[in-house]
Every structure is written in structure tokens, then in C-alpha cells.
Design a protein around this ligand. Structure first.
Ligand SMILES: NC(=O)c1ccc[n+]([C@@H]2O[C@H](COP(=O)([O-])OP(=O)(O)OC[C@H]3O[C@@H](n4cnc5c(N)ncnc54)[C@H](O)[C@@H]3O)[C@@H](O)[C@H]2O)c1
Length: 247
């Protein structure tokens, strides 16, 4: 129960990697703030699952891409749970297209959720963490933010942005006792990657030395480690979790 009495807020967490991160922290004793833009029914089920581990959980509906909604999310979480020890910026979307065909709204939507949403939540929680002189922020980047990926100019730019944001805020807040890191998954089996056609999936697997997609649990295990005291000397890092795809 290494996270007993800790409060963890995970954005975009009613399904996929975010949900698994909530369950992992709950298993280790934390209280959880679930957030999503919708999916209230799944949030209710997740609250029940978390309660079974003995922890408290609430759901706050908010669109992290909207500055005021992200601020209210953080305010409500602090009001109801007393504090936020760990913020995990997980909410993310894809709108894939080749540059030549990419529409302005596809670019804007992805940058707004993945990059601006991360900024909005980091900014909103930073004053609270600075006052307490402790806190951990973990951002979900992606290996494509490092190596690029045809058809994902918007998504890879947003994730490269998340990496720059992570390193900068890590430098700004280190002296206040706050650590900021990013995890960069490769291909993880979730709703987001279910959309991939079989032939693309086969090609992807050919390029993964460990020859399979990762699981949400794999990512959740890494996030929990980075949030733990065992990682107290790690900040400003981007940790790939990709079966060896990028090395
Ligand atoms: N699945 C992968 O292979 C993979 C690889 C690299 C990085 N990632 C990153 O991991 C994170 C989680 O991915 P996933 O595969 O679990 O995705 P997912 O689509 O299964 O879940 C994303 C969740 O975010 C929520 N969300 C979307 N927009 C939101 C908003 N504006 N405000 C609040 N919530 C919002 C969605 O409703 C959904 O519940 C994302 O940031 C994604 O970019 C995933």
C-alpha cells in the first residue's frame, strides 16, 4: 500500500490506459479522481471497482482541452479530496491523416486535447503542489513524438510538445519538490489501437523486438513506479515503454 493516503488524478480515465492507471494506484492504496469528457456509466463502474480496494474515488466530468474546465476539474478534486499528490495527464485523441489531406479541425482537435489539455491541468495544479512543496506529474507522450509516424503529423507534434513541456516544467518546479516525467508508449492494446487494420498491425509487430503489443497494465506499472518514492531522483525524463521499438 505504498500510495496509502495519496490522491491521484488521472485525466481521460474511464477506459484504456487511464483506467488501468487508476486501478493500479487503487490497488496500491491511493484515492482516485477519475476524469473524462463523458462515459459516466463506465466511471460509475470504475468507482465501484476502486472502492473494492478500500479507496475513495470520485468522477469529475470535464473537457481538459478547455482551460476553465481543466481549472474547475483541479479545484473540485482538491475541494472533495483535500489535495492532489499525483497528476497523470493521460487524456488523448487521434485524428489520423496524411499532411496533404489533414484538415484544420483535425490538427486543432488533437493539439487541443493532447498538448493544451496537458498544459491546462499542469498549470492548474502547479500552485497547489508548489504550496505543499511536493507533488508528481506524469504525462502520457508517445514514441511517435520522438520518431514521427506517417499519417500522424498532428498526433506526433502534440506528443513532441508534451515532451518539451515535461522537461521545461521539470526544470521550473524541481526546486519546489515537484517531479515531472513523461512515459512514451509504443503500441498498446486499447480502443485507440483497435482501429488499426490487420495488415498494418502485422507490419507494426515486425518492428517490435518483443514481437507483441504492450498492455495498459504494462504502462500503469511504469507510471506507478515513476510516481513512487523509489523514483525520487528521477525528473524531466521520457521513459519509452515499447517492446524495444525505439532504442
Ligand atoms: N494506445 C496506445 O498504443 C498509445 C500509445 C502511445 C501513447 N498513448 C497515449 O496514452 C493515452 C491513453 O491512450 P488510450 O489508448 O488509453 O486511449 P483511449 O482512446 O482508449 O482513452 C482515452 C480517454 O481519454 C478521454 N478523453 C478524450 N478527450 C478528452 C478530453 N478532452 N478531456 C477529458 N478526457 C478526454 C476519452 O474519452 C477516453 O476515455 C493517450 O494520451 C494516448 O495518446 C497510447
Amino acid at each position: 500500500m505504498i500510495f496509502k493516503d495519496k490522491v491521484v488524478l488521472v485525466t481521460g480515465s474511464t477506459r484504456g490506459i487511464g483506467k488501468e492507471i487508476c486501478l493500479k494506484f487503487a490497488e496500491l492504496g491511493a484515492d482516485i479522481v477519475i476524469n473524462d469528457i463523458g462515459n459516466e456509466d463506465q466511471a460509475e463502474l470504475l468507482i465501484t471497482e476502486i472502492n473494492e480496494f478500500g479507496g475513495k474515488a470520485i468522477f469529475v466530468k470535464a473537457n481538459v482541452a478547455v482551460f476553465d474546465e481543466a481549472s474547475s476539474l483541479i479545484e473540485q478534486a482538491i475541494e472533495e479530496m483535500g489535495k492532489i499528490d499525483i497528476l497523470v495527464n493521460n487524456a488523448g485523441i487521434t485524428r489520423d491523416n496524411l499532411l496533404i489531406r489533414m484538415k484544420e479541425d483535425e490538427w486543432d482537435a488533437v493539439l487541443n486535447v493532447n498538448l493544451k489539455g496537458t498544459f491546462n491541468c499542469m498549470k492548474a495544479v502547479s500552485r497547489h503542489m508548489m504550496k505543499r512543496r511536493e507533488g508528481v506529474m506524469i504525462n502520457l507522450a508517445s514514441v511517435v513524438g520522438v520518431i514521427g509516424n506517417a499519417g500522424q503529423s498532428n498526433y506526433s507534434a502534440s506528443k513532441a510538445g508534451v515532451i518539451g513541456l515535461t522537461k521545461t516544467v521539470a526544470k521550473e518546479l524541481a526546486s519546489r519538490g515537484i517531479r515531472v516525467n513523461a512515459v512514451a508508449p509504443g503500441f498498446i492494446q486499447t480502443e485507440m489501437t483497435k482501429k488499426l487494420p490487420d495488415e498494418i498491425r502485422a507490419k507494426v509487430i515486425d518492428n517490435i523486438p518483443l514481437a507483441e503489443f504492450g498492455t495498459s497494465r504494462d504502462v500503469a506499472n511504469l507510471v506507478a513506479f515513476l510516481a513512487s518514492e523509489d523514483a525520487k531522483y528521477i525528473t524531466g525524463q521520457v521513459v519509452n515503454i515499447d517492446g524495444g521499438m525505439v532504442m
